[in-house]
Design a protein around this ligand. Structure first.
Ligand SMILES: [Ca+2]
Ligand SMILES: [Ca+2]
Ligand SMILES: [Ca+2]
Length: 292
């Protein structure tokens, strides 16, 4: 959502860099050569570059902690930058902080251009100010990022806010993420759902044509109605040795945590996406860690 140091860095990058013979990105030696160096050659001098060693002309820093999205070990969360197992996923967002092997599959801050696909409902999503927004409450809408090959086991974190739900209670009202998306009839979901004047956490799997649509839920996890405050969702998929898959789903809102887990006899593999059903909502980001 934030771009820091952009103006200063652009001015510095355009006006004061003097290339010499030491190769790309270096500057003429002098008393302040270290400050004037552009190590990655992206036009932003190191002391004003949010990722001094990653070519990053966009200079995006979604969480505003002065570490750019392109080099932040937890790009969605202000954190000290610690990574004890050195796998590139910060301790604050590593599902296994003491075991190497996880990796950041991607951080999606929904800045244009966004290359996600509308797979359910019309393509009525808006991408503005670093958020994906669905304003319609009349139907289900689902966006998927198509990763090839599929990611397999994932931990997904997303921040979202529901602004309005349809008053028609004949349709299910929910907002959250999807994981293990195969096609519009086969995917797992985790999110916040309407439950009378309260809201609940749902985890489940849509598998029409195989087992039907089934889910588990944490009824009345939140005393608040579904629209309102921002919520942070965390979901983990796993597949056991016998092939059974499960999805752990937790939502935190105003310091209150609700969770639900759904398991069934099918592996979890496929793409990650976001989904609304009878609800208008904005997604601030989606952060995905892939694990072996
Ligand atoms: Ca630079
Ligand atoms: Ca950052
Ligand atoms: Ca780590």
């Amino acid at each position: 959502m934030r771009i820091v140091a952009g103006i200063i860095a652009v001015l510095a990058g355009c006006g004061f860099q003097i290339p010499d013979d030491d190769g790309p990105g270096s500057v003429t030696a002098g008393p302040d050569a270290a400050e004037r160096r552009d190590s990655d050659g992206d036009g932003f001098l190191d002391d004003a570059d949010v990722c001094p060693n990653v070519v990053d002309p966009q200079q995006r820093d979604h969480d505003g902690d002065a570490r750019g999205d392109a080099c932040d070990v937890c790009p969605h969360r202000t954190d000290p930058g610690a990574d004890q197992d050195l796998d590139g996923v910060g301790d604050a967002c590593d599902p296994r902080p003491a075991t190497a092997g996880d990796r950041i599959a991607y951080f999606e801050g929904f800045y244009q251009p966004v290359s996600w696909n509308a797979v359910i409902g019309g393509d009525t999503w808006a991408f503005e100010n670093g958020a994906a927004t669905q304003a319609r409450t009349d139907d289900a809408y689902q966006l998927i990022r198509d990763d090839n090959p599929d990611l397999g086991r994932v931990t997904v974190e997303a921040r979202f806010r529901v602004t309005q739900i349809t008053g028609d209670t004949s349709s299910r009202r929910s907002t959250g993420i999807v994981a293990g998306y195969k096609d519009k009839d086969t995917y797992w979901f985790c999110g916040l759902a309407a439950s009378g004047a309260q809201s609940e956490v749902d985890a489940g799997k849509v598998s029409w044509g195989l087992f039907g649509n089934s889910f588990d839920y944490n009824l009345g996890a939140f005393g608040d109605a579904m629209p309102g405050d921002w919520a942070v969702l965390r979901a983990r998929t796993s597949t056991a040795a016998n092939g059974d898959g499960s999805l752990e789903c937790a939502v935190e809102r105003n310091g209150v945590m609700g969770s639900a887990t759904f398991a069934t006899g099918a592996a979890v593999a496929g793409d990650v996406g976001v989904r609304t059903n009878g609800a208008a909502a904005s997604f601030d980001y989606v952060f995905v860690v892939a694990s072996p």
